[in-house]
Design a protein around this ligand. Structure first.
Ligand code: NAP
Length: 286
């Protein structure tokens, strides 16, 4: 089975393709063409967010592909700043309108903290329960097929697991060779939550890492392919982003197997220098 046809079953019975297309930093007026190219190449899972400002274009690309709506899995994310029921409910409806969809396959709380307050020690437990209730109600109303979270630490998840009605289906976190969040992944798994790997190619920062370059050459694949295959073998759902048709195609050609000893070597690697992108909260090391 290849990554194109593999799916994972979420804890509410919904199935999700094992690899998705990331769309962060692709402008709204450019993303429709990228989405269309990706869908033609075989992608069936798209990842966007309110914060990306490109939901409209993602929906346009999906419609332009001519594919049946139900054959493509669409994820978006509730703005990290929406921490009360009314604003979260309005934002969910805003995503449906922007995407031009009657139903979204998966919607995530983008972050437990608003971006301006990332990992400052305040967990926004009450606000996240408000946002979660809005997602639960939208799911019950048939607007969302599955709901989940992103950037949640075990303590943030525990809050929803203890006080929420619906168990999160997914936790989307920073996970790549060189920065592997083993404790979070283990905690997700213990609660039946699928972990998605965002920035699986380290936002581009691993492309010149000597150990990875050498190992990829040994397997006759590219660095990104090795990185994505690593995520799949670890049971995660990687969300690589590319705007290049050649890279989009390469990132689906993952029909090879990394040997156990090499998996161990890759899991032990430590690097997380995102250069000037450290300015983004998620790469700040906090
Ligand atoms: N939930 C969150 O808070 C969060 C945070 C960050 C990201 N995400 C999601 O995760 C997605 C992916 O993360 P990301 O965009 O940060 O980075 P990424 O997918 O780790 O890396 C993207 C970079 O790698 C390059 N690349 C991709 N495939 C390649 C290949 N086969 N060969 C050579 N270079 C390749 C891309 O350049 P080219 O375009 O030139 O191919 C781009 O520079 C995002 O788009 C978004 O959907 C979520």
């Amino acid at each position: 089975m290849t990554s194109l046809t593999e799916t994972v079953e979420l804890n509410n019975g919904v199935t999700m393709p094992r690899l998705g297309l990331g769309t962060w930093l692709i402008p709204d007026d450019a993303v429709a063409a990228v989405v269309r190219t990706a869908l033609e190449a075989g992608y069936r899972h798209l990842d966007t967010a309110q914060a990306y400002g490109n939901e409209r274009g993602v929906g346009e690309g999906l419609r332009a592909s001519g594919l049946a709506r139900e054959s493509v899995f669409v994820t978006t994310k509730l703005a990290a700043e929406a921490k009360d029921y009314a604003s979260a409910t309005a934002a969910i409806d805003g995503s449906l309108t922007a995407l031009g969809l009657a139903e979204i396959d998966l919607m995530l709380i983008h972050s437990p903290e608003p971006w301006a307050d990332w990992r400052n020690g305040e967990h926004y437990f009450a606000g996240n329960l408000e946002a979660w209730r809005a997602l639960e109600d939208a799911q019950a109303a048939g607007k969302l097929r599955a709901i989940g979270v992103s950037n949640f630490e075990p303590v943030d998840l525990e809050n929803l697991l203890t006080h929420g009605r619906v168990r999160p289906a997914v936790n989307q976190v920073l996970a790549h060779i060189g920065n592997w969040p083993r404790a979070v992944i283990d905690d997700d798994r213990a609660h039946g939550i699928v972990t998605e790997a965002y920035s699986p190619v380290a936002h581009g920062a691993m492309l010149n890492e000597p150990t990875i370059v050498a190992m990829a050459a040994r397997y006759g694949v590219g660095v990104a392919q090795l990185a994505l295959r690593f995520c799949l073998q670890k049971g995660l759902v990687p969300l690589p982003k590319s705007t290049s048709p050649a890279h989009l195609a390469a990132n689906l050609a993952l029909d090879f197997e990394i040997a156990p000893a090499d998996m161990a070597t890759l899991e032990a690697l430590r690097f997380a220098d995102y250069g000037q992108d450290r300015a983004f909260p998620v790469y700040s090391g906090k």
